[in-house]
Design a protein around this ligand. Structure first.
Ligand SMILES: Nc1ncnc2c1ncn2[C@@H]1O[C@H](COP(=O)(O)OP(=O)(O)OP(=O)(O)O)[C@@H](O)[C@H]1O
Ligand SMILES: [Mg+2]
Length: 248
């Protein structure tokens, strides 16, 4: 569903992605881990078309992506960012926030769709006419997820979608994302600092360091500690018990 072949990105005189290649099978969740600054967000931003001058080849659903993404792409691919506060307009109600993508893509039945989207992310209907600051962090991220889902995308790009949340609500939101992705057969890339999270939710995980993918490993191998690369072994050693629940 998604392929990246030998991606290179230069930004501000720095060589930030250095030959990144991977494939994501339709309907699967692909994990991207690595230390801060290793290039994880840059990979997602490159796919989303947010970075000019990407060298290499990117395809989505068999189509080669050019320098400019078309409207069909923006309907098919949606991104969820780390900070739901920053990504939601503070002066717009949830109703307005969810109406906008429908209007942009010319999708009707807004009323029904908004009610359904709120239910799908388990928000009460009373949240509909609230502003972002009147919601909890977890509820705000549910709104951001609803906004991404309301136009029925086939691909979700998730950049640390829960790391700004309290640990107690992280698992809830991650399970919600996993359930919805499975039910809708959505293909996703999940960026996370948390190895336990990606080992739990992804079939395959790519480990990044210094703008390169140093290793792609199945989650079974990751859980069993069977990493090939020394840096991956260090990340595993630094993370909490990969078999157990997320650390509290
Ligand atoms: N617009 C930019 N101009 C110059 N350098 C940039 C730009 N955006 C990112 N970088 C650099 O690219 C590298 C990779 O950044 P990126 O945000 O992809 O890392 P990351 O793996 O997502 O890190 P984190 O886990 O902290 O979110 C970093 O060294 C960063 O400083
Ligand atoms: Mg990042």
């Amino acid at each position: 569903m998604i392929t990246a072949q030998d991606l290179h990105i230069h930004l501000g005189g720095n060589h930030i992605l250095r030959g990144v290649s991977f494939e994501v099978a339709a309907g699967s969740t692909f994990g991207l881990v690595g230390e801060s600054g290793s290039g994880k967000s840059t990979v997602l931003r490159a796919i989303a078309g947010l970075i000019p001058g990407v060298e290499g080849k990117l395809t989505v659903d068999g189509r080669l992506l050019g320098a400019k993404r078309d409207k069909r792409f923006y309907r098919q691919v949606q991104m969820v960012f780390q900070d739901p506060y920053g990504s939601l307009h503070p002066r717009q109600t949830v109703d307005r926030i969810l109406s906008e993508p429908l209007a942009v893509h010319g999708i009707g039945e807004a009323d029904t769709r908004i009610a359904r989207a709120l239910a799908e992310v388990a928000l009460p209907s009373s949240a509909r006419f609230r502003f972002p600051h009147q919601l909890s962090g977890g509820q705000r991220q549910r709104v951001a997820i609803a906004r991404a889902l309301i136009i029925d995308p086939e691909i979700l790009l998730l950049d640390e979608p829960t790391s700004a949340l309290d640990v107690s609500v992280q698992a809830e939101v991650l399970n919600l994302l996993a359930d919805i992705s499975a039910a809708r057969r959505i293909t996703s890339i999940l960026v996370s600092h948390n190895l336990a999270v990606v080992a739990h939710l992804c079939r395959e995980v790519a480990v990044m360091q210094g703008g390169q993918i140093i290793e792609t490993i199945t989650s079974e191998a990751l859980r069993a500690g069977q990493a090939y690369h020394e840096h991956t072994q260090q990340l595993i050693a630094l993370s909490h018990d990969l078999e157990g629940p997320a650390p509290v």
